[in-house]
Design a binder for this molecule. Sequence first.
Ligand code: PMP
Length: 367
Amino acid sequence: MTRHFNFCAGPAALPTAVLERARDEMLDYHGRGLSVMEMSHRSPEYVAIAEKAEADLRELLAIPANYRVLFTQGGASQQFAAVPYNLLGEGGRPSFVDTGIWSRKAIKEARHLFGEVDLAASSEENGHTAVPRPEAIRLAEDSAYLHYTANETIGGLAFDYLPEALRPDGREVPLVGDMSSTILSGPLDVSRFGVIYAGAQKNIGPAGLVVVIVRDDLLDRARADMPTLFSYKELAAAGSMVNTPATYSWYLAGLVFEWLKDDIGGLSAMEAINARKAAKLYAAIDASGLYANPITPANRSRMNVPFVLADERLDAPFLAEAEAAGLLNLKGHRSVGGMRASLYNAVPEAAVDALIDFMTDFEQRRG
Ligand code: PMP
């Protein structure tokens, strides 16, 4: 059995130790004679799994007691709709920071559902190579909340600060963060947020699960015309079991949380590893004459490292040779081309070292 190094942007690599444990528990979970996949979500065994996962996530992120944690479905894309439904009950418009493809998808969905939105800032003028500076984010008078994408998975553009969600009248509105590709990569001050959401398939677990962290005073701000399954209030009241949850993905997320706590030693330790991995790869890119990454250093994503080759004709041989060397999924998103190496938590430092060795060797031979 060989496990290759997987740089996929999502569904992404999972820790081998987690998959081994899932394998060991697959057919007979803790002597119960059945798989977690086959359990009722209402059974005491499964409820214990679900509660442990939440407790571990709370511990990892130091989530304050006045926040609810929801384990829901529909992808992070469903939250593009769920967030406005849940937060626009008292009127006003949503404000957005536009930093690229994923924030634009969130903007498009809010517009589609509820009409005009407030564009509080955009990095379009610099070609999405630097996030707007804090003072450039200006909310409208009628702003109901501020949504931003902490890490643009395709562009490789990451915020280096938490935006302030202040209206011109000085009133603070909830800050909403799409943390799909950056959650759990390091510590986070959850208390600064109204809502955090993240699709699981990068740093949390398998696809099919979305984690939402919501401040409990926001549960009463929803529009009345909302689908029940979008409702944070309903989900919170039912322990995320309004209907059948993504039980196996939730269980696997729990194993990932345990791995982060016990094997890695928590999010500060994880952040140090991630910083080292990304710094090495960016240094190799910057030192080369063949590879380039356009993002301003302070906003370079530690999770997704896009890069282009100076000669596009080398893209195909680069990818073919990388794959033959056991370095998988380095092709950039279909909308932008080039390459992208995603360095999520489960991508070991050895994978980054192997990638850099390969890139150096390829440049010497072909560059
Ligand atoms: N937001 C961000 C930042 C993402 O990277 C993605 C997926 N790559 C999404 C939202 C959408 O996630 P999903 O496919 O789970 O709907």
